[in-house]
Design a protein around this ligand. Structure first.
Ligand code: LLP
Length: 418
């Protein structure tokens, strides 16, 4: 469920018509529903109540300060993956003891600032990284908690670019190496190796692969009598973009709680998309329509630099007009919705049946709250769009659109070229 729905032929976000927002905010822009974000967080929280895990929202899916703050204010922790996300997490007022830090390539300064902040633990992904955290922790004279990320070698059944838990990817460590590391705890006097972490991939629709990964990891801990306090089961819960039938939070919890409960470990979840995906849409305007012998195109003001998922993963996002106007007669036609960028890969949707659209019509690209703005770029020197959050009947521009000055910020032309 989400808070985007039609009333009297107008698409609303919570209590506001999207057309009304577009009167004051220039398209394109991202639009987030506060209520949907919090509802999704609470759905997981409630489903997992019997084991009361830390739910660490994965900031890479949406790191808008307002979004992160909304979740933190409602009790969420955060899964971070860079010094930049740590910086944002701090601005959002997160409790350091609710922050976990993953990623295969943490740099010295990033590790140092996370130690200074006092995060709950690092999810370490290599022996080199453990050595690095050890030496920084020693410099600080601190004992730092670390969970080892295991690559459980399961098949996550998702797009190959977002599958991480199979052998052969760069993520985590194989069981044998993890065993060796736990046997050599003495090598890390400043580390408290008190957790294990798995994250097998993203947009996974069924609990099966999660169960496999959890079972394999728990068997491993049992077989080798490895004593840890935390088990971070990662994120990856899939959502509905079109006809998928993803597990609900409740069903997922029902399948994995019995396994987790038996382990007696403290559990951490790192959902991103499940919370933010359907909490946001990307709003874009038709600037031209164009008929060619083979196809009709709607050329819109949002492109692959704003929302890259269709181009990068051939991801499907439902696209709907925000208003069924006098122009959009009942006759639908097949169109490609494309952006202004100079690449044939620049599309938001292909061969979509839409009511006839004209110049100026506004479209909503659904399910754009996760990996939308966070993956945007300035390609073609396009300023990135605004972000807007709706709370009931009010809306707030939570990030202004970039300006041309922003585009060249920090750039200089060397004297030798003047
Ligand atoms: N934890 C770790 C260690 C991760 O690497 C990720 C996502 C998550 C949690 C959150 O996963 P989620 O619950 O959102 O599935 N850009 C791609 C998705 C990449 C996911 C990367 N890691 C997309 O647009 O589909």
């Amino acid at each position: 469920m989400h808070e985007f729905g039609f009333k009297d032929n107008e698409l609303y976000c919570e209590g506001i018509k999207i057309t009304d927002i577009a009167k004051t905010v220039d398209t394109p822009f991202y639009l987030y529903s506060y209520k949907t974000l919090v509802d999704h967080y609470k759905k997981l929280k409630t489903a997992f109540k019997p084991i009361n895990p830390l739910i660490a929202f994965s900031m890479k899916s949406n790191s808008s300060l307002a979004v992160v703050r909304a979740l933190v204010k409602n009790g969420a922790g955060l899964d971070i993956v860079s010094g930049g996300e740590l910086y944002r997490a701090r601005l959002a007022g997160v409790d350091p003891k609710k922050v976990v830090y993953a990623g295969v390539g943490k740099k010295t300064e990033e590790i140092s600032s996370a130690i200074e902040f006092g995060i709950l633990f690092f999810n370490a992904e290599s022996e080199d990284e453990l050595d690095e955290i050890q030496s920084i922790a020693a410099r600080f004279g601190k004992k730092v908690s670390v969970a080892i990320r295991i690559n459980p070698d399961v098949i996550p059944k998702t797009h190959r670019y977002i599958a991480t838990g199979k052998g052969g990817t760069k993520f985590g460590l194989d069981f044998e190496t993890v065993h060796k590391i736990f046997n050599m705890r003495w090598k890390y006097p400043n580390l408290n190796l008190n957790g294990v972490h798995v994250h097998i991939g993203s947009q996974i629709l069924d609990a099966g692969p999660f169960e496999d990964a959890i079972k394999k990891t728990l068997d491993f801990l049992k077989t080798y009598k490895i004593d840890v306090e935390y088990f971070n089961i990662g994120g990856g819960l899939g959502i509905m973009y079109s006809v998928e039938n993803p597990q609900t939070a409740k069903n997922f919890a029902k399948r994995v709680i019995p396994l987790l409960k038996k382990s007696g470990l403290k559990i951490i979840l790192e959902p991103g998309r499940f919370i933010s995906g359907n909490s946001g849409v990307f709003v874009t305007r038709v600037i031209y329509t164009k008929r060619t012998p083979r196809k009709k195109f709607l050329i819109v003001d949002g492109g692959m630099n704003d929302l890259i998922r269709p181009s990068l993963y051939e991801a499907y996002h439902k696209i709907i007009p925000v208003k069924v106007s006098e122009h959009s007669s009942e006759t639908c036609e097949k169109v490609d919705i494309v952006g202004p960028i100079c690449e044939s890969g620049d599309f938001l949707g292909k061969e979509r049946l839409l009511p006839q659209a004209v110049k100026g019509d506004i479209l909503a690209v659904m399910g754009a709250g996760a990996y939308g703005f966070t993956m945007s770029s300035n390609y073609n020197s396009r300023p990135r769009p605004a972000e807007v959050m709706v709370m009931g009947k009010n809306y707030y521009v939570v990030r202004k659109p970039e300006t041309y000055e922003d585009l060249v910020k920090g750039e200089t032309i060397p004297k030798a070229l003047k």
